[in-house]
Write a protein that binds this ligand. Structure first.
Ligand SMILES: [Zn+2]
Length: 172
C-alpha cells in the first residue's frame, strides 16, 4: 500500500524524440546466432537523431523504463539489403603495409564520394583480393530482445550535437 501511494501521480517518461534512452539488448540473426549484445546498461542513444537503426527506433516509441520488447527488423529498416555492386576485386598491392590480409579482416577505404567505408575481405586470391563494402549486417533480419533501463530528457547541448553526452555517450 505504501508503494502505491508513493507512485501515485508519478510521471512516466515515455520514449519519443529528444529523449535519452538507456537500453540493454541482445541481437540475434534468423538462425539464432548471437550477433551483438550490450554491456550491462551501457548502451545509450538520443531518440529521433538517427543514432540507431530506424526499425528499432520506431519499435521503441512510447516505451518506458522497465519495459521489455522483442522485435524482428527486416534489412530495409536495419542496415539495408545487400548490394552485389559493392563487392569488387582489387589488387593485393592496395593492402601493402596494411596488416593481415585474410578473409573477414576489415579495412577502412574511401568511397566514390570521399566517404569512409568499412570493407571486409571476402576472398583472397594469388594477386587479388575480393572486398565487400556492404555493412556486415546488410541483408540480415535482426531480432532484438530489448529492456528499457532509463529514459530521460536530453540536455540542450545534447540536442544541438545530435548525440548523448556522459556515460555511454560522447566525452568532449
Ligand atoms: Zn557532443
Amino acid at each position: 500500500m505504501a508503494l502505491l501511494i508513493f507512485n501515485y501521480g508519478a510521471n512516466i517518461v515515455q520514449i519519443e524524440n529528444n529523449k535519452v534512452v538507456t537500453l540493454n539488448y541482445i541481437l540475434k540473426d534468423s538462425e539464432g546466432n548471437l550477433l551483438d549484445q550490450s554491456d550491462d546498461g551501457s548502451f545509450v542513444y538520443l531518440h529521433g537523431a538517427m543514432n540507431i537503426i530506424p526499425g528499432l527506433e520506431n519499435a521503441l516509441v512510447g516505451k518506458a523504463t522497465g519495459d521489455d520488447l522483442s522485435v524482428s527488423i527486416s534489412p530495409e529498416d536495419a542496415y539495408g539489403v545487400r548490394d552485389d555492386g559493392r563487392v569488387q576485386k582489387v589488387s593485393k598491392t592496395m593492402f601493402e603495409g596494411g596488416g593481415d590480409i585474410q578473409v573477414g579482416a576489415q579495412f577502412h577505404a574511401q568511397g566514390p564520394e570521399g566517404e569512409t567505408l568499412v570493407v571486409t575481405i571476402a576472398e583472397v586470391m594469388e594477386d587479388e583480393v575480393v572486398v565487400d563494402a556492404n555493412h556486415p549486417l546488410a541483408g540480415k533480419q535482426l531480432n532484438f530482445d530489448v529492456s528499457v533501463v532509463e529514459v530521460r530528457e536530453a540536455s540542450s547541448e545534447e540536442l544541438e550535437h545530435g548525440h548523448v553526452h556522459g556515460p555511454g555517450g560522447h566525452h568532449h
